[in-house]
Design a protein around this ligand. Sequence first.
Ligand SMILES: Cc1cc2nc3c(=O)[nH]c(=O)nc-3n(C[C@H](O)[C@H](O)[C@H](O)COP(=O)(O)OP(=O)(O)OC[C@H]3O[C@@H](n4cnc5c(N)ncnc54)[C@H](O)[C@@H]3O)c2cc1C
Length: 395
Amino acid sequence: MTNDVDVLVVGGGVGGMAAALAFARDPRITVRVVERRAGPGNINRGDSLLPAVTRHLVRWGALERVMAAGANPIDRMQVFHAEEGKLFEAPLTDPDGSPYVVLPHPDIERVLADAARATGRAHVSFRTSLRRLVEDGGRVRGAVVVDDAGRETEVRARLVVGADGSTSKVRDLLGVPFFSEPYDTGYYIVDLQRPEAYRDAMRLDLHADGGVMTMPQRDGVVGVAVLVLPRQLQLFQAGTMEQRLRAIWQRSPLLAGMPHVGKNAHLYRLHRGHAARYLSRGAALMGDAVHLTNPTAGQGMTMAIEDAAALARHVSPALHGSEPRLDAALAAYEAERRPANLELVRWSHWMGRFFAMSGPVADTVKRRVFAFGRTAVGQWVQREIWGHVATRKAA
Ligand SMILES: Cc1cc2nc3c(=O)[nH]c(=O)nc-3n(C[C@H](O)[C@H](O)[C@H](O)COP(=O)(O)OP(=O)(O)OC[C@H]3O[C@@H](n4cnc5c(N)ncnc54)[C@H](O)[C@@H]3O)c2cc1C
């Protein structure tokens, strides 16, 4: 392991690991990732790999690893209502045939890390945190990192990438402003025993108390995301597991009686936000460090991986060139990703607001919207939305 690399990535979540892989595929580029955790995470932080992302995984030679790790393909969306039964069903396909697969978030992080390391040009240091940036001549040229034994190391790099999540220290040290707003709703994420009647699908159960999304997880288990309205926060934060399960069973007849599995249930509090810039003093920011989005449309992880792909595509050819050339490549990354992400944060916001509308009137509106989805025009609208949020191609 050398402390003089081409790219230093701070943060080994999905975004940082994807960036490491995307850069290290170039045989001229060496990468170091520093991640403060001991290894890939242990909670579900989104597990949908949409076609917009699997397209990149194919190019990076990582989709086979994803499938070997037990990913489940999803080929349809279904919407049910507790009283009316099935309201809507539509195929979820991609024009190029890129699959939509789900895999638990920690496994996604692990697969990306393994694929990056398998290039022989990426090294991941777990239990290692950023302490400070190293600057010279008004430009970031590396960082001082510290391991959990307190040992400090200076890592020099041509490019430092801040992929260190919503509370990004790199962003703060660079002085990049970040504006974020909390939502008053949340999602309760829990794994339940798989019901026999469930067939693999992105399944939505609408209910006046809030919708429930069910996706396949590992064998015999489904991953469930329960919309939590402000008046239910107390129950999902401080109630017993029995009380929470009863509320879920009431909303989704499919899940009625299914016990809780594993230890990873958590209440995910939501925010939306966007950074004023993605670049400063020759360093780059990506993923949750620059955008936070309502997860209803499943965009957080997707956007982080798309950032990684765009950053490596623009910057790799310029990394060993002059500083003006590198700066032009970084500017091209920001010019591609910032407007695209801004639009996705807005889209996700409105989709989240629609999904979180509560009460009998909202319930009727949602039923009608999804009933309209069964018509030919409705199917066309559904395909347009799917094309926007899931199968879009990189610029
Ligand atoms: C609790 C939680 C639950 C979530 N649940 C969902 C969900 O259900 N659905 C959904 O779509 N999205 C969810 N998300 C959002 C989704 O996880 C992110 O949008 C996506 O993972 C972004 O990836 P990232 O790599 O940019 O950031 P992150 O996944 O946050 O990764 C950042 C990494 O940087 C590391 N790090 C931070 N500071 C330092 C430092 N100083 N030194 C070294 N390492 C550092 C962190 O340990 C972390 O591993 C959730 C996020 C959180 C926080």
